[in-house]
Design a protein around this ligand. Structure first.
Ligand code: ADP
Ligand code: MG
Length: 508
């Protein structure tokens, strides 16, 4: 959607559910989808006399995300109690960080100009989105509202660790907001701190949005959108809300600062409550918890354990591995796919021992982008669960590079390998008679025989009907016992025909 006279201004608040063995302040398990109220010890439920103890992994995860987004790290940050009543919050307060977030002043880059094809985005189209803060907090439980009007409570989620990330109001369109969320999801997955799954609530986003006449510096009054559980919904909700705010402004109405719920069924927003202020929550430092101290050693350690991040990896795939930028973008979209690609390539290099490594990388890339990604999408598999692992894929690519199988045969072998997890690519190709004969001395006699048996066609060809070459190739393929390399057959047929041309002109 284009907004001629108005510019949207958007800031996001994202809750990232962390993957940890236990909750943020208690030894409870955190598995998603467990039977209701089975992961609830007295600390999670806020029983009197219980004491929260901070899970160090939560700090480590926060540092990883903070460092990956160039945040400053607070040497000392405190947990606060944020008070409010809701049935899914048994303590009557949520433990969160308030005036001292552990990470602040960071940045995450997006590439909106390359919208249609993010994989080939030139680096200079980047937009730097400021991150105000990233803080640690606990999640609340879940209220499940039945159609019959009953509400049931599942406290399993109480105390599940979250990071809350708040952006500066730097985003300028719903599309940019969606791209930001895609990059953030990719990053938390690379870092291994969250599965980033929006549908399951591992990534939850509230969007703040206002509009201002183009050219004006001051921001308009914002509304806050909640309840969007996919990136597409965030984009749709923002589109709707921006149009609503512009229409209201045009009619001289003032925008009320309020919280709105997105309704995916009607594609509209409706008011939920007027916006609360910080002082409404009666924040106070939590007296049960000591301040979180982060020293230089912890930061250095977290920095050392960061994986190679998506942009650096993509860059390396182009500069060092020799892939086209498009391939590098597709293959680094998910860390597990990039790992699979690189493992396959390592196994392939062991076989090829040199040669044109760019061509080898491209051959593996083609296989991963077409066959591998297609199959994992169709079967809804993670790449780790694909029956064809990197070592076996390398066997197949090697067969293809040596021209031992045709490209059609390679696809057939790949399909067969999916069903036969312990057979090598070579064994499968052999058993199916798909190994190409690429030995000239085996094919040449058959070519000779075919040309000898069809003197009329040879004369017609030599008379100028070069299209007949396909006929001879077909005859050779038919007579040959096995699968001759079609490339080689073609060149032998052409050589044989030309030899006859030379012979007949020598006769004259
Ligand atoms: P809150 O009290 O709601 O947490 P914050 O000041 O922390 O308020 O802002 C929340 C989010 O709203 C941030 O992502 C910020 O970038 C964004 N924001 C602030 N002002 C505006 C505005 N006028 N228009 C759009 N977004 C805004
Ligand atoms: Mg907030």
């Amino acid at each position: 959607m284009a907004y001629e006279n108005y510019e949207p201004v958007i800031g996001l608040e994202v809750h990232i559910q962390l993957q940890t063995d236990t909750k943020i302040f208690s030894p409870d398990a955190t598995a998603f989808g467990a039977a209701p109220n089975t992961q609830v010890d007295p600390i999670s439920l806020g029983h009197p006399g219980t004491l929260p103890v901070l899970n160090e992994d939560v700090v480590t995860h926060a540092l990883r995300l903070g460092l990956a987004t160039d945040c400053s790290i607070a040497p000392r940050s405190v947990f606060a109690r944020k008070h409010y009543f809701y049935p899914d919050l048994p303590k009557g307060y949520q433990i969160s960080q308030f005036d001292t977030p552990i990470c602040y002043d960071g940045v995450l880059d997006i590439f909106p100009a390359a919208d249609a094809d993010a994989a080939t985005a030139p680096e200079d189209t980047l937009r730097r989105i400021g991150l105000t803060r990233i803080h640690m907090e606990e999640d609340a439980g879940k209220s499940i509202h039945d159609a019959g009007g009953t509400t049931r409570l599942d406290y399993n989620r109480c105390g599940v660790p979250l990071l809350e990330l708040v952006t500066e109001p730097d985003l300028r369109s719903p599309r940019e907001a969606a791209l930001f969320l895609e990059r953030l999801r990719q990053l938390v997955r690379y870092l291994g701190i969250s599965d980033g799954n929006m549908e399951e609530g591992s990534l939850r986003c509230d969007a703040n949005v206002s509009v201002r006449p183009r050219g004006r510096e001051a921001f308009g009054t914002r509304t806050e959108l909640k309840n969007m559980n996919s990136i597409r919904h965030v984009e749709q909700a923002l589109d709707y809300e921006i149009a609503r705010q512009i229409a209201a402004t045009e009619q001289g109405e003032t925008i009320a600062q309020e919280t709105l719920l997105w309704d995916p069924d009607t594609g509209t927003t409706r008011p939920m409550r007027s916006k609360e202020e910080a002082h409404d929550y009666r924040y106070m430092p939590d007296p049960d918890l000591v301040a979180v101290s982060v020293d230089e050693d912890m930061i250095a350690h977290a920095r050392e354990t960061l994986p190679e991040l998506p942009r650096a990896r993509r860059h390396r795939f182009v500069e060092e591995v020799g892939l086209p930028p498009y391939d590098a973008g597709v293959l680094t979209e998910e860390r597990a796919v990039a790992d699979y690609f690189e493992d396959t390539l390592r196994h392939l290099y062991k076989r090829t021992k040199g040669g044109d490594t760019d061509a080898q990388a491209k051959a593996v890339s083609n296989f991963v982008m077409t066959e591998v990604l297609r199959v994992i999408n169709e079967r809804n598999l993670s790449i780790e669960a694909l029956p064809v692992g990197p070592e076996r894929l390398a066997q197949l690519v090697f067969l293809r590079l040596q021209n031992k199988v045709s490209s059609n045969a390679a696809q057939e072998v790949f399909e067969a390998m999916l069903e036969a997890p312990d057979q090598s690519a070579g064994a499968i190709a052999d058993a199916r008679g798909l190994i190409q004969v690429s030995d000239r001395s085996a094919i040449a006699p058959v070519v000779d025989e075919v040309l000898r048996d069809h003197p009329d066609q040879v004369q017609t060809y030599l008379g100028g009907k070069e299209g007949l070459v396909g006929f001879f190739i077909g005859q050779v393929m038919q007579r040959f016992d096995g699968s001759p390399d079609p490339q080689l057959v073609r060149s032998l047929v052409q050589e044989g025909l030309e030899a006859r041309r030379d012979a007949s002109s020598a006769d004259e």
